[in-house]
Design a protein. Structure first.
Length: 446
């Protein structure tokens, strides 16, 4: 019977693995083409994977919560309409192949250096620690046992060993050495007194639940958000600057054209497209804010891809990305932002929808908040928070003197990575965003 392998799909250009969160089928089930097979999670997006063929589920290779490398077979489907054929000639070929394989194995074993029985058991025994299929495959090819894998420090989530960790370990020359040999090879380190700035590991305080308290485990997305926020604060020294912008003309223009805009383009016109347009222009003016940090290198991004924070009904947050934002007008910006926001709330974002952001905007004003100090979305170097727009009395300069008038005002707050964005750059960029908003043309055509 012919079979078809269903592979773990690539959900984004930088995605190398995904977590299986749900199986919709079990072995022996019959599926039609495009029937959902499983649900996977990559970073922040959950996606249903359909069957590309019709047939019967012959084998499911991974369980729920397994992390699987892109391109790895996750299930095998026996194709419909093809009967299994297994005659005597096939059996004899299989027997001949088995015999040949056994003789090759015996020959290889006779050439291999002898190991003690206890050593064999150690190499064959799997670790309680989780390793992805890709890491297991590399380790097997390089002759790294599970016992040796357990000694490698992992940089992945919850200390998981990544492909890069294993490759760096192999480059270090420690592969295959015993722990005694590693200690002997290590240069002696000079011990520093405890009072000379020694780094301490900060432990979270121990928390106990009291009588009547409810304990609710974080869902997968909330865990990711928590880990990413802590990581961002540890990686980037945050500084926040704030300005108040007079957006009266912007408000009056939107109020004038919003009904016509929706009738003409079929899209609701909020303030976010105008905020995005102003930010995109300012990022072109100040490319140092449209950047990332790699060690002591600054990467100035060619594309201006603006992430828009979207609050979900679950209480979580997700940041889909408007690609090439500097090349879009208000119509294009509104169309794409509305599409991404709807897809986010319907859990239909693709992996590419959340990849490649170079700057982020979060709208505190949608919750009637005046101001805020947001956390940078790594590996970006800045994030803008927009506050609620309020009517305020303000002093206006006129040819005949100063007058007090009612104006529409809002606060803009920019959090930036002080490793590469200093107060001058951050302040000038933020002021430029405010200038673009304040200079809105009340007679602008849509």
């Amino acid at each position: 019977m012919s079979t078809f392998e269903i592979l773990m799909p690539k959900m984004g250009e930088s995605v190398e693995e995904a977590t299986i969160t749900k199986w919709f089928v079990k072995e022996g089930d019959t599926v039609e083409e495009d029937d959902p097979i499983l649900e996977i999670a990559t970073d922040k997006v959950d996606s249903e994977i359909p069957s590309p063929v019709a047939g019967t589920i012959k084998e499911i290779k991974f369980a729920v919560d397994d992390v699987v490398a892109v391109g790895t077979p996750v299930a095998i489907v026996a194709l419909e309409g093809e009967e299994e054929e297994e005659d005597d000639s096939d059996k004899s070929k299989e027997e001949s192949s088995d015999t040949k394989a056994e003789s090759q194995k015996a020959s290889a074993e006779s050439k291999a250096p002898e190991k003690s029985e206890s050593s064999d058991q150690e190499d064959q025994q799997e670790s309680d620690r989780f390793y992805s299929p890709l890491v297991r495959s590399i380790a097997k090819e390089e002759g790294i046992s599970f016992k040796e894998l357990d000694t490698i420090d992992g940089s992945g989530r919850e200390g998981r060993v990544t492909k890069e960790d294993l490759l760096n370990y192999l480059k270090s020359g420690d592969a295959g050495k015993t722990s005694t040999e590693k200690k002997t090879a290590e240069p002696k380190k000079q011990e520093k007194p405890a009072d000379q700035g020694a780094t301490r590991t900060i432990q979270a305080p121990k928390v106990t639940a009291g009588e009547g308290d409810e304990i609710k485990e974080m869902d997968r997305l909330r865990k990711l958000i928590a880990d990413n926020m802590v990581m961002s604060k540890q990686v980037s020294p945050h500084v926040t600057s704030m300005v108040e912008a007079d957006v009266t003309n912007l408000v009056l223009w939107r109020n004038k054209v919003k009904d016509q805009f929706q009738k003409k383009y079929g899209e609701k016109l909020t303030f976010m497209p105008m905020f995005g347009e102003a930010v995109a222009k300012a990022l072109r003016d100040f490319p140092g804010v449209n950047a990332s940090v790699d060690g002591h290198n600054i990467i100035l991004r060619k594309n201006v891809n603006i992430g828009i924070a979207v609050a979900l009904s679950s209480g979580n947050l997700i940041v889909p990305v408007v690609k090439q934002a500097d090349q879009k007008n208000v119509v294009g910006m509104a169309t794409e932002m509305n599409r991404l926001a709807t897809a986010a709330r319907d859990n239909k974002l693709t992996g590419d929808d959340i990849q490649g952001g170079t700057f982020t905007i979060t709208n505190f004003g949608s919750f009637k908040n005046t101001i805020g100090t947001p956390i940078i979305n790594q590996p970006q170097v800045a994030i803008l928070a927009t506050g609620t727009i309020e009517k305020k009395p303000a002093v206006i300069e006129t040819p005949t003197g100063d007058v007090i008038a009612i104006r529409h005002k809002m606060f803009l707050s920019l959090s930036y990575d002080h490793r590469v964005v200093d107060g001058a750059l951050g302040g000038m960029f933020l002021r430029r965003v405010a200038d673009y908003l304040e200079q809105a043309d009340i007679d602008r055509e849509i």
